[in-house]
Design a protein around this ligand. Structure first.
Ligand code: AMP
Length: 297
C-alpha cells in the first residue's frame, strides 16, 4: 500500500541541469531543525522499497528530490539496459502521493555529452568491488559511484538515502563520501520485502509465476544462515555450504554467490563475533536477483 505522507501535491519535474540548479538555489541552505534537501537517487520503476526511502526523507528534510535515471554507465554490454522498465507516469504519481517536492529526470545526453567512455570516473577501491556483484558485473560499481557523485554535485543534498537491499552499492557510496569528504550524510534504509520475504525489486516483474513462487527461497536461506550462525548451531562455513547446496539444487536457478562478509570492509568472514552481512545473488532464468541480511549479535 502506498502511504500518503502529504496531501497530493505535484512535484516539479526537472529535466535540465539548469532547471535543477534554479530550483536548488531557491532552497534555503540552513534553517532550524530539519536538513534542507534530502535526495533519493533511483532508476525509476518505483515500488515500496523506494518509497520507504522517500518517506524517510520527507520526514527528515524540508525538501525531497527523487532522481529517476537509468544510468547506462552501470550496465554491462549484455545486461538489461534497454529492457529496464520505465513507467514514468506511474512513478510521478507515486512521488506526488508521497510528498516529493521535485523529480530530477536528467537526459543521458546531458549527463554524458561526450559519451560514456569520455568521462572522468570514480573508481572505488578494488577490495570493495572485486568480489560479490563486482565479480559478475565488471565496471558496475564505478558506473554507480560516478553517477552518484555527479548527482550529488548537481542536487547538493544534505542527506541522501540508499537501501540496504543493494548492500555492496551502499558500502561503496559510504566509502566514496568518506574518502572524498563529500559534504552530506548517507542514510541507510532497511530492505522492504513482499509478504513472502522476497526483497522488492524493479526486476521482480520479469519473473515467471514459477520463478516468482521459488524466489523467496533466497531470503529463507539467508535467514537460516543468520539464525544458525547467531545461535552457534553451525559455523559460518558449514552454514554457507548448506545454503549453497540448497540453492544450487534448485531447477532453473543459477547461484552466483552466497557469502558472509564483514559489514564495513565486505571481506569474507570466517568467525562471527559482533556482526556480519550475508549476501546472495542468483539468476532465476534470465532474471538476476540479489538479497542480503545483516546479522548482529
Ligand atoms: P534502484 O532504482 O534499483 O537503483 O534503487 C534505488 C534505491 O532504492 C537504492 O538505494 C536501492 O538500494 C533502494 N531499494 C531498491 N529496492 C529496495 C528495497 N526492496 N528496500 C529498500 N530499498 C530498496
Amino acid at each position: 500500500m502506498i502511504m500518503p505522507v502529504k496531501s497530493t501535491t505535484h512535484p516539479l519535474f526537472l529535466e535540465s541541469f539548469d532547471e535543477l540548479s534554479r530550483w536548488r538555489q531557491d532552497q534555503a541552505a540552513t534553517g532550524p531543525g530539519k536538513a534542507a534537501v534530502g535526495f533519493v537517487p533511483t532508476m525509476g520503476a518505483l515500488h515500496e522499497g523506494h518509497l520507504s526511502l522517500v518517506h524517510q526523507s520527507v520526514k527528515e528534510c524540508r525538501k525531497t528530490v527523487v532522481s529517476i535515471f537509468v544510468n547506462p554507465l552501470q550496465f554491462g554490454a549484455n545486461e538489461d539496459l534497454d529492457r529496464y522498465p520505465r513507467p514514468l507516469d506511474r512513478d510521478m504519481a507515486m512521488c506526488a502521493e508521497a510528498g516529493v517536492d521535485a523529480i530530477f529526470h536528467p537526459l543521458a545526453r546531458e549527463m554524458y555529452p561526450h559519451g560514456q567512455d569520455l568521462i572522468t570516473k570514480v573508481v572505488p577501491p578494488e577490495t570493495l568491488t572485486e568480489r560479490l556483484c563486482g565479480l559478475f558485473r565488471p565496471g558496475h560499481f564505478s558506473g554507480v559511484a560516478t553517477v552518484v557523485a555527479k548527482l550529488f554535485s548537481l542536487v547538493q543534498p544534505q542527506r541522501a538515502y540508499f537501501g540496504e537491499k543493494d548492500y555492496q552499492q551502499l558500502t561503496v557510496i559510504h566509502h566514496m563520501v568518506r574518502d572524498l569528504n563529500l559534504p552530506l550524510e548517507v542514510v541507510n534504509g532497511a530492505t522492504i520485502r513482499e509478504r513472502d520475504g522476497l526483497a522488492m525489486s524493479s526486476r521482480n516483474v520479469y519473473l515467471t509465476p514459477e520463478q516468482r513462487a521459488l524466489a523467496p527461497v533466497l531470503y529463507e536461506v539467508l535467514t537460516n544462515i543468520a539464525n544458525e550462525v547467531r545461535n552457534g548451531t553451525k559455523s559460518i562455513s558449514q552454514s554457507i555450504e548448506a545454503g549453497r547446496s540448497r540453492l544450487s539444487s534448485l531447477p532453473g536457478v543459477s547461484l552466483q554467490y552466497l557469502e558472509a562478509c564483514d559489514v564495513d570492509s565486505l571481506q569474507p568472514l570466517e568467525r562471527f563475533t559482533n556482526s556480519m552481512v550475508v549476501l546472495v545473488a542468483a539468476k532465476f532464468g534470465d532474471v538476476r536477483l540479489i538479497d542480503n541480511v545483516i546479522v548482529r549479535a
